[in-house]
Write a protein that binds this ligand. Structure first.
Ligand SMILES: Cc1cc2nc3c(=O)[nH]c(=O)nc-3n(C[C@H](O)[C@H](O)[C@H](O)COP(=O)(O)O)c2cc1C
Ligand code: SF4
Length: 740
């Protein structure tokens, strides 16, 4: 029945369709468009609603409104640093679920963990969400560490572990064993926590009873940190923090947490774990650690063929400006200042697309503007990890992790045979490039230095308190590469550094007397003295100036004139077979002429470049420390014979470096005072009155740094380049044998 009655209707509909299908299709399309438009505008309104409502909705808000990341939780306690890093890759923003784990026997860690979570909870934002707290003894290990649940879309987990250390058997040992087993069990994924956004560990210990890490201070936190690096595929997002329960553990934890939150904010913003220095975020283990290809102030004892090989691998051809004059004989003297070549319009010294730029950036330099550079010195990295500062810490109190190494002129007027930068930096006798303003350089080098420090936060072993201190530059070594006083506005730049109470150690090459004479105050003024006579200087420094020796001697006289204004230093670099033998007397003559306050003597560092090889420099030219000691003793005797009043003050056997100093200025009743009182230096400077080196002499030189003691800071750990602990005996100043 039904089929009979519906047949005419169907026929009617089909004929209607045939008659009006164009109109019907058009109306249908319009309706569809209207529907799509209305759902789009509804979607745009979601963030506003979701921010005020539930957590799950806020995830949507995050994907569309990444700017909310800027509202971050603040904890009680001083803030150590600010500023968000610009990441290389901008991935979409994600919400971070903070998962906090703790272990506690006595209850103190439990209380601190609860307080911390409550503080974060109070100010949770859509991007750093309500934290979850777990007592490690109550968790299902498999659920959270072997097969963690997949986080919801647009969210990732961040593990925070707060751990005391116990040298007795506790459940914490069980937890550590489980981490190790998980990593070593070939049947399961060895990196099951790879999906985490990051992790950080904080340890509590008792410094009074376990004073050093080697003796067990916070050792279980360090152990957990190492296993977490493996299980997460190296996702350490902030250095291990440590606090002594007896001295302000809560504020130390809060300060550390500020840094952690800064890092989390970066992750949430899609900027990843770190950038710049390799190893950040992708935190390498110490035994895999990449070596510096350029070694500043290197430890001679640890120079190995591998590092030399690495350096010689640099393939990028670098234009050496000296080559502009065509193929040359090294013996040819040249002075651009006396040529009749018409000056052309100034160009950039190191243009961005030049091979020199590529070569320098490959070596880790960041080029600022068109002629300045900044690089993280290997000692800065070492000090961040508690593995020792450079010799300037022992001699003058410079903390390497707060030191910025930079230069406003990548160009130099010498081609010293031992210079490891040779062949990659431009050389010339005159400034013939465009000049960047001092402010651009100052802001640029600071920003890049901080960027490089921040990038170290995921590197194994970096200590939280040193990392935080590293975010305040206190010293600037103007010596990186090139000749800093070549830069026409050097005094202005120095003024800017001093205005922020950043001390200045400036090294020049004794080839620019006019600029030296015009130089204003620096904290310490170095002049490189690479030879004691004309022939040796030519052989070693290969100066471009025809009148190099006259320039050199004029600089000596200027130093003499400035000795009551500047804290002057001779820096002698000893090259066996070039400038050591029989030359102590010649150097003593130069000291007599210039009367520097201090004389640093240092064995050359072998740099293994083709230039040094062509100049006949091999490892045989690197003096042993005993030879440097013997030379210094000979120089000291020669100075005594002249009645000049110098003495051997300090040594740093690790860097093959020894310091002689004027007794009148730097020796007091209680011994040598080679350290600098930096605050006094700035106070003097700001007073506007005349002052000299005597006015900012610091406290006594540390006992362990004195001549005959070796210079090994007992608080630092001695490790080789592979991060292995080094111990042994070594012969130091005066023939003493000391352990390190
Ligand atoms: C039996 C015992 C052993 C300890 N062993 C160490 C140790 O090896 N290294 C360390 O730095 N602290 C050690 N400590 C100090 C604790 O780690 C510290 O007191 C911690 O804050 C305790 O945390 P809790 O109260 O949450 O359990 C030890 C404390 C005790 C009571
Ligand atoms: S003074 Fe600064 S730049 Fe120079 S070696 Fe020491 S830490 Fe490095």
């Amino acid at each position: 029945m039904a089929s009979i009655s519906t047949a005419p209707l169907l026929t009617e509909l089909v004929s209607l369709w045939h008659a009006h299908r164009i109109e019907l299709l058009f109306v249908g399309g319009l309706l569809l468009l209207a529907f799509r438009f209305s759902s789009f505008t509804k979607h745009k309104k979601i963030p506003k609603i979701s921010q005020e409502s539930s957590d799950s909705k806020s995830q949507v808000a995050i994907a569309t409104q990444p700017q909310v990341a800027n509202s971050r939780p603040k904890l009680a306690g001083p803030k150590r640093f600010t500023g968000s890093r610009q990441g290389k890759t901008q991935s979409p923003a994600v919400a971070i679920d903070l998962v906090v784990f703790y272990f506690s026997l006595g209850g103190s860690t439990a209380k601190l963990a609860e307080d911390l979570v409550a503080a974060i909870d109070l100010e949770a934002t859509p991007l750093i969400r309500k934290p979850v707290l777990h007592n490690l003894v109550e968790i299902d290990f498999d659920e959270l560490f072997i097969s963690p649940p997949k986080p919801p879309q647009n969210a990732r987990q961040y593990y925070l572990l707060l751990l005391p250390t116990y040298n007795i058997d506790t459940e914490l040992n069980l937890f550590i064993d489980s981490l190790a087993e998980t990593h070593n069990d070939f049947r399961i994924d060895t990196g099951p926590l790879r999906e985490l956004a990051g992790y950080s560990v904080f340890g509590f210990g008792d410094k009074e009873q376990w004073p050093t890490e080697a003796e067990g201070y916070c050792s279980q936190a360090t152990e957990v940190d190492r296993w977490m690096a493996r299980l997460t595929g190296k996702k350490r997002a902030f250095p291990v923090g440590m606090a002594d329960v007896k001295t302000g553990a809560k504020s130390a934890l809060n300060e550390w947490m500020e840094g952690v939150l800064d890092g989390i904010r970066n992750i949430a913003d899609g900027k990843g774990l770190g950038e710049g220095v390799e190893g950040s975020g992708d935190a390498v283990e110490s035994d895999e650690e990449e070596e510096d290809d350029v070694i500043a102030e290197a430890d001679l004892a640890s120079i190995k063929p591998v590092s030399l090989k690495k350096r010689s691998k640099a393939k990028t051809p670098a234009i050496d400006l000296e080559d502009i004059r065509g193929p040359s004989d090294d013996q040819t003297e040249i002075d651009f200042t006396t040529t009749t070549i018409k000056p052309s319009a100034p160009k950039e010294m190191v243009p961005e697309n030049s091979p020199t730029y590529t070569a320098l950036t490959k070596q880790g330099y960041t080029i600022v503007g068109s002629h300045s550079g900044v690089k993280l010195c290997r000692w800065t990295k070492s000090a961040l990890r508690g593995r020792g500062s450079c010799y300037k810490f022992s001699f003058y109190g410079i903390k390497s992790h707060q030191c910025m190494e930079t230069t406003p002129s990548l160009s130099c007027s010498n081609k010293c045979v031992f210079c490891w930068r040779h062949g990659t930096n431009p050389v010339s006798t005159t400034w013939r490039w465009t000049v960047d303003p001092a402010d651009l350089i100052f802001q640029g080098v600071k920003a890049n230095h901080y960027k490089k420090i921040k990038a170290m936060r995921g590197v194994p072993g970096v200590r939280a308190e040193r990392f935080a201190e590293g975010m305040r530059i206190r010293h600037c070594a103007l010596s990186l590469v090139g000749e800093p006083i070549f830069y026409p506005h050097i005094n202005e730049l120095l003024g800017m550094l001093h205005s922020e109470r950043i001390s200045t150690f400036l090294v020049c090459n004794a080839q620019h007397p006019d600029q030296l004479a015009a130089l204003t105050h620096v904290t310490q003024l170095y002049v490189s003295i690479d030879a004691s006579n004309k022939e040796a200087l030519k052989k070693i420094d290969r100066p471009l100036h025809r009148d190099y020796w006259e320039r050199f001697l004029r600089c000596m006289d200027i130093l003499r004139e400035k000795r009551n204004m500047q804290r002057t230093v001779f820096r002698l670099t000893l090259v066996k077979g070039f400038n050591i033998d029989e030359e102590a007397e010649g150097y003593a003559d130069l000291v007599e002429r210039a009367r520097p306050g201090l004389v640093e003597v240092k064995g050359v560092t072998y740099c293994g470049t083709s230039t040094s090889a062509a100049a006949g420099l091999t490892m045989q030219n690197v003096p042993f420390y005993e030879e440097v000691c013997a030379f210094v003793e000979a120089l000291n005797r020669a100075l005594e014979r002249r009645g000049l009043g110098y003495g051997i003050a300090a040594e740093h056997a690790h860097s093959c470096c020894i310091l002689l100093a004027e007794k009148e200025r730097f020796y007091k009743e209680d011994g040598w005072h080679t350290l600098i009182d930096y605050e006094k230096f700035f106070d003097n400077l700001e007073s506007g009155k005349e002052f000299g080196p005597e006015d900012y002499v610091g406290p006594p030189t540390p006992e362990w740094a004195l001549w005959g003691k070796g210079g090994f800071d007992p608080r630092d750990e001695r490790v080789d380049r592979k991060g292995r602990k080094k111990e042994g005996l070594v012969t130091v100043g005066g023939g003493n044998v000391v352990s390190f």
